[in-house]
Write a protein that binds this ligand. Structure first.
Ligand SMILES: Cc1ncc(COP(=O)(O)O)c(C=O)c1O
Length: 427
């Protein structure tokens, strides 16, 4: 297809007016024209079908167009589509909040409050702001910095960029960002020393528990997270678990922090929260943090809100998704898929074009042996195109090939994904 004259009318119209995320438009690569989607499959306007091996940017859990979610959405739309959440409340939001708290606490957390927003980045902004304002209101006014991990990705808004990898693609914004210090995952000695000497300067430490998704599915030890949580607690530094990617079963447990036996002060949720049907996010907080905002004057309150926070449609869909997620058969199926993923990934150990195969739960990844490392490199664009010709939607992260399929994949579909991944990486 030519750069300037796409033949599909939709692509021509798209090329005239759309500005896509993470896209160099000067390269003129046409997007995939998607007409509909069912289960793990995307149907394109030109008749092609693609297996969605990336769960549409890690949001989809039960497959596209799941009937239980569609009916929850339409039933809720007929009842209450939206109302402001300042000074109003509604059943879907409260019910979902109660369930999220119960689920997080069943995994070892000790949270009591839910603050809604719309996307993963805002869930992170909210957590950072709560931790900072709480410290200020406790009188710990020297806590003006955050701690984060090298390789981190927490979103694209200013607070979220600040706690993302400092040398990464956000670095152009660094002069505008909040002060943050970075520790390498698994570098306990530096973390210990930093908290020992300067622990009183930090309002919070934020981590993606166990898997740094956007960094290239980099995995680190549960032991490091457990020790980080212990050290943070000892120095009065709030621990923020960003479970935007890892939440809702991706890593084999409901939340990844459970595997480290830690109890975060703040938990950020989005993506799988609505199983990929609608935008919604939640930041869960402990009672101690919530209490820092109590007082006579409104100035002590958390003065933050979004027009569409706690959107009833999104909350209703999220509740329907939790019903599906918690069915015993679904839990057993996720365990099977995790085991199959482990085996498919282990089989790549002898692959000549790949190295460092790794998996956790339903996340599997491996690095190109001779890659360049660059995010959006021509290699990753070529691999994406080759996977698409073989009927699979993949989005390599620089050198890293990975699959994060929806939980509705069949054994055969999962095998296809890993076969195609191995084929396109062949040297
Ligand atoms: C761990 C993590 N946090 C936050 C975000 C940002 O979420 P959103 O794209 O919904 O703003 C992402 C997105 O990939 C993520 O992986």
């Amino acid at each position: 297809m030519s750069r300037s004259h796409p033949t599909d009318p939709l692509l021509a119209r798209d090329a005239a007016v759309m500005w896509h995320p993470y896209t160099q438009h000067a390269l003129g690569e046409p997007p995939l024209p998607v007409a509909s989607a069912h289960g793990a499959w995307l149907n394109l306007t030109d008749g092609r079908r693609l297996l969605d091996a990336v769960s549409s940017w890690w949001v989809n859990l039960h497959g596209h167009g799941h009937p239980a979610l569609v009916s929850a959405l339409s039933a809720q739309a007929a009842r209450l589509e939206h109302v402001l959440f300042a000074g109003c409340t509604h059943e879907p939001a409260v019910h979902l909040g109660e369930r999220l708290i119960a689920l997080a606490n069943a995994g070892g957390a000790n949270v009591e409050r839910v603050f809604y927003s719309d996307n993963g980045s805002t869930a992170v902004e909210v957590a950072l702001k709560i931790a900072f304002q709480a410290a200020q209101q406790r009188g710990e006014t020297g806590r003006t910095r955050f701690l984060a991990l090298h390789g981190a990705y927490h979103g694209d808004t200013f607070g979220a960029m600040a706690v993302g990898e400092p040398e990464g693609f956000h670095s152009v914004f660094r002069p505008l960002l909040a002060p943050v210090d970075f520790i390498r995952p698994d570098d306990l000695a530096t973390l210990n020393w930093t908290l020992e000497t300067r622990g009183h300067e930090y309002a919070a430490m934020i981590v993606e528990p166990l898997v740094q998704g956007a960094a290239g599915m980099r995995m680190y030890s549960a032991g490091f997270l457990a020790e980080a949580a212990r050290l943070c607690r000892g120095r009065g530094v709030a621990l923020i678990a960003d479970e935007v990617f890892t939440g809702f079963g991706r890593t084999g447990t409901m939340f990844a922090f459970e595997q480290a036996g830690v109890s975060p002060d703040l938990i950020c949720l989005s993506k799988g929260l609505t199983a990929g049907m609608l935008p919604l996010a939640a930041t869960l907080a402990t009672r101690a943090l919530f209490e820092c905002f109590q007082g006579e004057g409104v100035d002590r309150a958390f003065l933050h809100g979004h027009s569409f926070m706690a959107n009833p449609l999104a909350c209703a869909v999220a509740n329907a998704s939790l019903d599906l997620l918690l069915e015993p058969a679904a839990i057993a199926r996720r365990a099977e898929l995790a085991e199959q993923t482990r085996r498919h990934v282990a089989a790549l150990r002898s692959h000549r074009g790949l190295k460092n195969p790794r998996s956790l739960g339903l996340i599997g990844a491996a690095d190109l042996r001779n890659g360049t490392g660059a995010y959006g490199s021509s290699a990753s664009r070529r691999l994406r195109a080759e996977a698409a010709t073989r009927g699979v939607l993949l989005r390599p992260l620089g050198d890293v090939l990975y699959a994060v399929p929806p939980y509705c994949v069949t054994d055969e579909e999962l095998a296809t994904i890993w076969r195609v991944l191995g084929e396109i990486a062949a040297p």
